[in-house]
Design a protein around this ligand. Sequence first.
Ligand SMILES: [Zn+2]
Length: 298
Amino acid sequence: MPHSSEPHPSPTLSEFLKLLQNKWTFRVACQNECDSLGPCVCLRHIVHVEALEEWWKQTDRSQRLLNELGPAEGELVPFNIKVLFGQHPCLKVFSLLLKQGHGLLLVGFRAAGIDDRTFEDEAKDNDSRLRIELERLSTCSDVDRVIEDFQKERWAYCPPKLEMNMDVHLQNTKIIPPFCHKIKLGEKGGTASIYWVTVQKDLISDESLKNAIQETLYTDKDYGDCYQMVLKSYHGDYQSAYDLEKKAFSGLKHNGSVPIVGCFGCYTHEYGEGTNAGKAYNLLLEYGERDLYEHWED
Ligand SMILES: [Zn+2]
C-alpha cells in the first residue's frame, strides 16, 4: 500500500483491502502496444466494480468499517453509510481513497463535488476546487500527492462493462478495457488493426454476452478461465470506414444463415490510457479461426 495517513487498518478495513487486492483487482494487458515504444506506462489493472459494490451493500458490515475508521476531521461522528449510497453515491471514490490510505479525506472530495458519477468524467474535474478543499484539512499533509495518486489510479475503477449490443461513446474518460491478453493478428493495417483479446470469466456478467461466447472459454496459464473475442479497432481518422462496417454488421444481425463472424457491440473513445492512445473506434467480434481475420484488415 502507498503512504498512509491511517497506518493501522481496522479489522473490517483489513478484510476489505485484502479482498480488493486479491479478489477484485484484475491484471490487464498493455492497451496500446507501448512495449515496442519503450516502457509501458499503462495502468495494468482494473477493479471488478460490481463485486466491490456488492460488498458495500451489506450495510451492517459497511457501517462497521466506517465506525472503525472514526469521524473525519471536523465531524463528531463517523460517516453514515447513507453518505456512500445517497443521492451522490461515492462507493468507488471511497474505495480508492481507502486503498490509498486516506479514506477520511472523502470529506474533502465530496466537498469538491467528486462522486461516482463525476468520477468518470474528466471534463467535470476541478482540481483547483479539490485542492482548496483538501488544503482546509489539517490531516491532509501532502495535497499534491493525494491528488496525483487519485488521478493516476481512478481509471482502474471505471472499466467499460462489456455487454451484448453495447454501443458506447466514451468522452472525457480514459479507458482501460478488461482484456488480459491483447495480441495483434497479422500485420499493422492502415485503417484498422485486429486483435485477439481475452477477458477473465468473472468480468463478464451480461448473460446474453456470456452465452454467445461460452464456447470460447479456455484455461489460461496466467489468468485462469478466460473468454476469447476479436477486437477490430479503427484509428481516429477512419470513422467513416468504421460507420460503414458497423452498419453492415447491424444488417447481418437479422440473418443467422450467413456464415460470418458476428459483432457483439462497439465502443469508441476519445483517448485511451497510456501513451500513443488516441481516438479509436472499436468493434467487438466473435472469435473464429485466425485466417478469417487476416485478410480483413484493410
Ligand atoms: Zn502499455
